[in-house]
Ligand binder design. Sequence first.
Ligand SMILES: [Zn+2]
Length: 212
Amino acid sequence: MNTSLTPNAAIEAAVSSEVELDYAASCELPTPWATFRLHAFVEPATGKEHVAITLGDVADGEPVLARIHSECLTGDGLFSLRCDCGPQLEAALQKIAEEGRGALFYLRQEGRGIGLVNKIRAYQLQDAGADTVEANEALGFKPDQRNYKLCQPMLRHLQISTLRLMTNNPRKIKAMEQLGVKVVERVPLVITRNPFNERYLTTKAAKLGHLF
Ligand SMILES: [Zn+2]
């Protein structure tokens, strides 16, 4: 962090590095819990496609119950017990459905930003004894490469400025505040431990500051 930056310069730097996303289309998304709206966005710089899932009127100015979820094919779609992504995604959509209002931002930054193949390489190292942070570092990546700025154009498009954020990760709250998005409440997500995710969850708490 460059401490010589004045607050205004820091804000300018954050704005100038803003991620550009183009809104593409919206449709209905029926699920076991509610029929949501699914909104598609394209990142022109990378061609990556991201989605936001909303329920109810999120543009009325009231704080929005929200989840920022980064893609995890193994956890979200393949039932992996190595991480807590699938249960967190499901719990967040259920909570939004229970309240009848909220938003979930599904960011296509697989494996904390390193991509699917590299995540599987990291899992291979973990099978041989490394923890999740050590494995990423052994592959030459930072422990967490995710960029939450992707949310900014989606939030703007959906006219959301204040969140009740469902997260166990204080970095996400900090990232939102740096983007000028107010987080009025942290809503914890309670996750079930199993023999396969025990070490992963412990490492996330110890090395990445997650709160469980
Ligand atoms: Zn995962």
